[in-house]
Design a protein around this ligand. Structure first.
Ligand code: SF4
Length: 424
């Protein structure tokens, strides 16, 4: 992308910045009220140990997890590629038309919504529902539609559903609740992601709205989309990750709900005969996606797999604050998205997603619960790209000038300012 296009993007984002930046900064204030500096550092150390231990032993942990999930009645399907995952999901869905879904990074990664265009797929998270009716893109993992004004939303609702509602958040939430309930109670398929999995066979999903509880329990079939780096050894460790997601992601001590799912619903109330499919889902499927994670695991970018997707790095990233989702991949914004796209797509895509945008300020590492060093990884990624001759023209020119003239600006004439003032 040319600098001029980026400048236009920044200018366009000024209104959005006014709304989203104070919210992102408020998360830090809230976090700091929950944990003192000393408690925060101790917690980060603890979390880092949990993730390092899990990732270093991930294949053994994965084997144990699959065995325990299956013993609990959850059907586990390992998918090497996004295409495999989509095929498996389609097999489970069969001829059903109506599908309800909650927020899932894995769903974004496999391009689920596009792949199921022939179905009626309904987002049940309020923000995601709004993004869906506006046919837009998530602005932020936990604030997907925060840039939309109540006026814009009520106009869109009138246009889409022919219903006039007042332009205020309460009225909008009430309308969406009623509209979604009708869909939720008619759907036979519910799709969710997961935040963490314990190797003893339980899946943990946090939420505030209650839509995930409904999506996972009301339909007959619950499909969980996830990937192996979410696995930790025990429920105790899983709950620490859940706490970290709240504290570091949105400055919440704990989310409103923590769903712990350990199989399809069941009852033995009639003569102690065990029947699956009581009030909740009758069948639970878990799609375990690889999509180049094994490659990442065996590379110098392994630390990427420690990420719990809390989104805190974005709240502190000066590049994201300017250009938002333009920085990163379609399934994850910011540096993590850029590095992931190097593996999941290719070098050119990583370049286009902003491999040279990072300022290496280290704010992401400072505020990451897992202390992931994204900016060092970004430097390593740049080395790889430069070796492949993929780098901005300005850098090429600067290097040429350094070799030729001993400075990045080129020929300097006394009393004259150089034509191009490159900054490194
Ligand atoms: S890199 Fe760290 S801060 Fe960013 S989403 Fe992952 S865990 Fe959160």
């Amino acid at each position: 992308m040319k600098n001029i296009e980026l400048s236009k993007e920044i200018e366009k984002n000024q209104e959005t910045q006014k709304v989203i930046l104070p919210i992102m900064y408020s998360y830090k204030d809230k976090r700091d009220k929950i944990l003192s500096e000393e408690e925060k550092e101790k917690f980060r150390d603890e979390l880092r140990v949990i993730k390092e231990k899990s990732i270093n032993n991930i294949f053994e942990l994965k084997r144990k997890t699959i065995k325990n999930l299956e013993n609990n009645g959850i059907k586990v399907i390992e998918s090497k590629t996004t295409k495999d995952a989509i095929n498996e999901i389609r097999k489970i869905i069969g001829n059903e038309k109506l599908i309800i879904k909650s927020k899932s990074n894995t769903a974004n990664e496999i391009g689920l919504n596009d792949a199921l265009k022939d179905k009626e797929l309904i987002e049940t998270d309020l923000g995601d529902f709004l993004v869906q009716i506006f046919e837009g893109k998530d602005l932020h993992p936990v604030l997907p539609a925060v840039n939309l004004t109540p006026e814009e939303i009520s106009t869109k609702i009138k246009e889409k559903f022919n219903i006039k509602i007042k332009a205020n958040p309460e009225e909008i939430a009430k309308f969406v609740r009623e509209h979604l309930r009708e869909k939720i109670f008619n759907a036979k398929i519910g799709i969710t992601g997961t935040n963490v999995i314990s190797s003893d066979g339980s899946v943990f999903i946090l939420e505030n709205e209650g839509n995930i509880s409904l999506t996972s329990r009301i339909p007959d079939k619950h499909i969980i989309l996830t990937s192996f780096e979410k696995i930790v050894e025990s429920k105790e460790e899983a709950l620490k990750i859940i706490k970290a997601l709240g504290v570091f992601g949105t400055g919440q001590d704990y989310p409103v709900y923590v769903n712990i799912i350990s199989g399809p619903s069941k009852t033995a109330d009639i003569q102690n005969q065990l029947i699956t499919g009581a009030q909740g889902a009758k069948e639970v499927y878990l799609i375990l996606l690889d999509n180049k994670r094994t490659e990442i695991l065996n590379s110098e970018f392994k630390e990427l797999l420690y990420c719990i997707n809390c989104g805190a790095c974005l709240n502190f990233c000066p590049v994201y604050h300017q250009i938002f989702t333009r920085y990163g991949a379609k399934y994850f914004s910011g540096a993590k998205g850029v590095i992931s796209s190097y593996f999941k797509e290719n070098s050119k895509e990583a370049y286009n997603n902003g491999a040279f945008f990072c300022t290496t300020c280290q704010q992401c590492k400072e505020n990451c619960p897992m202390k992931i060093d994204l900016s060092s990884m970004m430097r390593n990624l740049r080395k790889e790209l430069v070796n492949q001759n993929i780098e901005p023209d300005s850098i090429k020119e600067m290097m040429k000038n350094v070799k030729e003239f001993g400075n990045p600006f080129g020929k300097i004439e006394e009393g004259k300012t150089p034509d191009k003032l490159y900054c490194c």
